[in-house]
Design a protein. Structure first.
Length: 357
């Protein structure tokens, strides 16, 4: 026993690395190691011999295992010491900046648009996403037979059995916010209404939930010329061009009269649109002078006041500015795609105060 003890303790003490240490463990106390073979011989001994040899072999095995563990710890400490000698850290260096996240493109564009219209004197107004049928349709001069009021286009909320009131709806535009603000503040008025809206549609350029921003300006002497100036100033700032041509085409909306679709100047090159240059046109929003019935619904006298309104899709102008090809990517893609477009926290004031990052 003493010979085995001296043999293996000496080998353990001289082991240069953990690989050599493992070989010693297998040879000494492994299933087929020398100590294990010795323990198998106990069955051939007399009871008196086993009483002496058994405890001695167990003690030897424990001692070898303890020596192996101690040597392994010592080798680990030596490796750490070597790393500490070869590697160093200058704790006086400033810490590395870490990106804490990215801002979603819809949030970024909402902030951009709100900031631009804020410089043009427009305040931001909000309202409920679930609203009454009256605020969403009737107050906006949308008749009962209008296609937008069909269940195939609008999400209606369920009423309890026996409740004969008109059902509430998931708002189909942010125009109800205009009515509510007119009721609350009266005239004169200059607001934008950004927010989520809902329609029963889904394809490459339509989703059941999307985002709009609508504008409303009411005063005693206001015209389509004011509307044109405001929109051209916005387009130039948003698309970061010096000047941009617009084209107003006569259209029809129940809540404005006269009404106009607005196109902006652009060019198409290899499937890419460039805003503010070229001879082509791209439709971006609807607009017009507020219908007298809408002013009346908001509690404003149309004989004394008049105004203009416009509305555009935040998702659409985000796609246009940043070259995002599919509207559905905003909602059902791996968020890592955001890095491709370079979206990061904005160093500008947000709607909620402070910086957005």
């Amino acid at each position: 026993m003493d010979d085995l003890k001296q043999k293996y303790l000496g080998q353990i003490a001289n082991a240069a690395d953990e690989s050599a240490l493992e070989e010693i463990r297998v040879t000494a106390v492994g299933k087929k190691g020398e100590v294990a073979l010795k323990m198998r011989e106990l069955g051939k001994m007399t009871p008196e011999e086993r009483q002496v040899a058994g405890p001695a072999l167990n003690a030897l095995k424990d001692e070898i295992n303890s020596a192996l563990a101690a040597k392994k710890a010592a080798l680990g400490d030596a490796a750490l010491d070597e790393r500490l000698r070869s590697e160093w850290l200058d704790v006086s260096l400033p810490g590395r900046g870490r990106r804490v996240g990215t801002i979603h493109p819809i949030s970024q564009v909402t902030e951009e648009v709100t900031a631009i219209f804020g410089e043009l004197g427009f305040a931001s107004a909000e309202g409920p996403r679930i609203d009454t049928d009256w605020y969403n349709f009737d107050a906006l001069n949308i008749p009962g037979h209008h296609p937008a009021r069909a269940e195939m286009d609008t999400f209606y909320m369920h009423r309890a059995e026996g409740d004969d009131r008109a059902p509430n709806v998931l708002r189909t535009h942010t125009s109800p916010v205009q009515i509510r603000t007119m009721e609350a503040q009266g005239a004169p008025l200059r607001i934008i209404c950004p927010g989520g809206v809902y329609r029963a549609d889904y394809d490459q350029t339509h989703t059941p939930m999307f985002h709009q921003i609508e504008g409303l300006a009411i005063d005693k002497d206001i015209s389509m010329a004011n509307l044109k100036w405001v929109l051209e100033e916005f387009f130039a700032a948003f698309f970061e061009v010096d000047t941009i041509k617009t084209r107003f085409r006569a259209s029809h909306f129940p809540f404005t009269e006269p009404s106009a679709e607005v196109d902006i100047q652009c060019s198409w090159e290899n499937g890419t649109v460039k805003v503010g240059e070229g001879d082509d046109w791209l439709e971006v929003l609807g607009s017009g002078m507020v219908h007298p019935k809408v002013l009346q619904a908001g509690g404003i006298d149309p004989n004394e006041w008049q105004g203009f309104a416009f509305g555009m899709g935040i998702d659409r102008i985000a796609m246009l500015k940043y070259g995002i090809p599919d509207l559905r990517a905003f909602f059902d893609s791996d968020l890592r795609w955001l890095r491709h477009y370079g979206f990061a926290s904005l160093d500008v004031p947000t709607l909620h105060g402070g910086l957005s990052r």
